[in-house]
Every structure is written in structure tokens, then in C-alpha cells.
Design a protein around this ligand. Structure first.
Ligand code: MG
Length: 382
């Protein structure tokens, strides 16, 4: 039985992880669950799996403990997820927290002997060097749950990274793929939250609409696979059937295909290296329809260019890009910032930052705080 921690269990990836777990009775034991504040859903999950529960919100933790009647251990407070990953032994942690809030719990899981099934790309964007070094030091694996990176991981099975010419990350293009650049200023949160292919949480759905999600994935790919940023190319593929591709030096291209269903990369990471029949329906090419590809429109979606610039510079700059983006997305969802204001805030925060190379954890957290402050300042000045 593989013991699992699910960090971010009430979010979209967390819930789908538990769905995959339920379809393999006897194979996994969920020993710990972590969430922010959704105590009702979290307590129900804890009861079902008999797991230790951690909630970031102290009041939510008190309510969950009351609900569970003292039968299960409940941790509460801002560090509860890190405490969970540090004190509950497990084989694999699923990192499904949204945003940089996932960094410390993910690091704790790697430091305490767990492999990491990573859906939380912000962790690698902000602290890729630190997180991958921590995994290497402890001999732990980072298995991508992000669908594009899971695709690349599968295309690279049995291959040498030196034989890779480039990685091709596919992007749906989001709901505004064809919108005129001047229409984007008036985009509402409701419109941005309607993703054409994938059902996901609000932060990543907005990131998909700005293409920042793809920019973050470019940076994520450099850390996961040890390639240079120039070797990662983005291709718009509106049908989301080809999940990503690898081109090798001999001119061969490998791709992984499937329906857009997050349970597929989740199952891949949970079961790796085994392949087992599960809940994901196989692709039917005749029903998938035509598959098309186009270049991203960098004029309308500057977030992609900003992410490439941050990746090229490296050091603390990707962390600042991510921090400013998290603030900008929150403001946009609260209707306090326009859609086109998101890249403006990110660019302003990046311009104000003095980059530090090979940042320590303290320097990453300081750069994150600085990026957030700079984005709020830029928003106030808008
Ligand atoms: Mg993705």
C-alpha cells in the first residue's frame, strides 16, 4: 500500500486525486489531507479516509475538529500543511495547493522522504533550483501532474535528455485565443473563468486566459527536465488532445495524446512506473475531430514574453513574476484590476526588482514578498 498525503485536497486536483484513489481500492492509503479553509469538505474527506487533517485557517480547523468529534488528528494554523508533511510519514505527497503557498509543504514532503507528485507549478517557478536540489539530495522523485509535463515525462521514458532538441508545450489558447487585442481590456472575471477544455481552479483558469499559465509551464519544464529555456517552445493547440511533444536531435517527434482529463496525469504520477486500467476513457481519434496548431499571439498575451524574460534572467526574477501575477489575478478576480492590467503589474514588479542569483529559501520568500508589494503599488498607481 502506497501511503499518500494530499496537499490541497479540496481543490480541483485534490478532489480528482481522491477520485483516482477510490478507483484503486487496496493500492493507496491516504494518511494526510491538507486544505486552506474548506472545513466541511475536508472533514468529510478525513472521515472517509481516516486521515490526519491540516487546515491553514485556525477557525476552520476548530470547526473540522468539532465536526470529527476528536476521532482524528486535526492540525490548524498557517504552517499546518508543512507540519503535516513533516510529521505524518508517507511515500508520496500530491502537491496540489494553488500558488506559492505550496512551496513550504512541498519542500517538507521532499525533506521527509516522500516523492512529490507536483501539480503546483508555482513552487518550481519561484524556487526551482532549491526544490530540485532538495529532491536530488534526498534521492526523491518529482513526478509532474501538470498535463503537459506529464506528457513530456512519458515521451522521455527511456531517452537521454542530451538527445532532446526541444520540448513543445501545447496550450489551448484559453477563451480569448481569437479575441482582438483591444477587446481584452473589457474582459470580465466570469468570461475569463470559462475555460474551453479544462475544468480547473480559478487561479489557473485565469492564468490560462492570459497565457501566464503557459509561461509558468515553460519555467517549470526547464527545472523538471533540465533543459535550457531556449529549448522550450509553446504551440497553440485549441483542442487540447495533444498534451505536449518532444523533438529529438534525429528529427523524430514524440507526442502524448488523450482527452483533456486531469485524472490521466494524476493516475500516471500516482501509479508510476506502473500502467493500470483506471477511470480515464481512452482517446477515440475519430471523435476527437481535426487537430490544429498555431503560433501564440505574443502581442495580445504579453505574459508569455514576460515569463520567457524571467526564465532567461533566472535567479529571483521568476519568483517575482509569479508573486506579482498571484496578486494581479486576485485583484482581477475581485474586479479591482482589468484583464490587461495583469501583465502591466507583472512587468512593473519585474522592472523594480534587483535580481539575486541562486537564491536561498529566505531570499525566495523575500523576493516573493517584494514582488507582491511592487504589484500592489503598481495597482494603486493604475
Ligand atoms: Mg498544464
Amino acid at each position: 500500500m502506497r501511503r499518500l498525503l494530499v496537499l490541497g485536497s479540496t481543490g480541483s486536483v485534490g478532489r480528482q486525486t481522491l477520485e483516482v484513489v477510490r478507483s484503486f481500492p487496496g493500492r493507496f492509503r491516504v494518511v494526510g489531507l491538507g486544505a486552506r479553509r474548506n472545513w466541511r469538505a475536508a472533514a468529510e474527506q478525513a472521515r472517509e479516509f481516516g486521515a490526519v487533517l491540516a487546515l491553514e485557517d485556525p477557525e476552520a480547523a476548530r470547526r473540522a475538529a468539532r465536526e470529527l468529534g476528536g476521532r482524528l488528528r486535526v492540525l490548524g494554523g498557517p504552517d499546518a500543511l508543512t507540519e503535516l508533511a513533516s510529521t505524518v510519514p508517507a511515500d508520496l505527497a500530491v502537491g496540489a495547493v494553488s500558488g506559492l503557498a505550496g512551496l513550504l509543504p512541498n519542500l517538507a514532503a521532499l525533506e521527509h522522504g516522500m516523492d512529490l507528485a507536483l501539480a503546483n507549478k508555482e513552487t518550481l517557478v519561484a524556487a526551482g533550483e532549491l526544490v530540485t536540489a532538495t529532491a536530488r539530495r534526498g534521492g526523491r522523485r518529482i513526478l509532474p501532474v501538470d498535463s503537459e509535463h506529464a506528457a513530456i515525462h512519458q515521451c522521455l521514458a527511456g531517452e537521454e535528455i542530451a538527445a532532446v532538441e526541444r520540448l513543445l508545450l501545447t496550450a489551448s489558447g484559453g477563451p480569448f485565443r481569437d479575441a482582438a487585442a483591444e477587446e481584452l481590456a473589457a474582459v470580465t472575471p466570469q468570461a475569463a473563468l470559462c475555460h474551453p477544455n479544462w475544468a480547473m481552479g480559478p487561479k489557473i483558469t485565469v492564468d490560462s486566459a492570459t497565457l501566464m499559465n503557459k509561461g509558468l509551464e515553460v519555467i517549470e519544464a526547464t527545472w523538471l527536465f533540465g533543459v535550457a529555456v531556449e529549448q522550450v517552445q509553446v504551440v497553440i493547440h485549441p483542442q487540447s488532445i495533444v498534451h505536449s511533444l518532444v523533438q529529438f536531435v534525429d528529427g523524430v517527434t514524440m507526442a502524448q495524446l488523450g482527452w483533456p482529463d486531469m485524472r490521466a496525469p494524476i493516475q500516471y504520477a500516482l501509479c508510476h512506473p506502473e500502467r493500470l486500467p483506471g477511470p480515464v476513457p481512452p482517446l477515440d481519434l475519430l471523435r476527437a475531430g481535426p487537430l490544429t496548431f498555431e503560433a501564440p499571439r505574443e502581442d495580445a498575451f504579453p505574459c508569455l514574453r514576460l515569463a520567457y524574460a524571467a526564465a532567461r534572467m533566472g535567479g529571483t526574477l521568476p519568483c517575482v513574476l509569479n508573486a506579482a501575477n498571484e496578486v494581479a489575478v486576485e485583484l482581477f478576480l475581485a474586479e479591482k484590476l482589468s484583464f490587461t492590467g495583469i501583465p502591466r503589474l507583472v512587468e512593473a514588479a519585474m522592472a523594480a526588482h534587483r535580481v539575486r542569483g541562486h537564491p536561498s529559501l529566505e531570499e525566495v520568500l523575500a523576493a516573493d514578498a517584494e514582488g507582491r508589494r511592487a504589484a500592489r503599488r503598481a495597482a494603486a498607481a493604475c
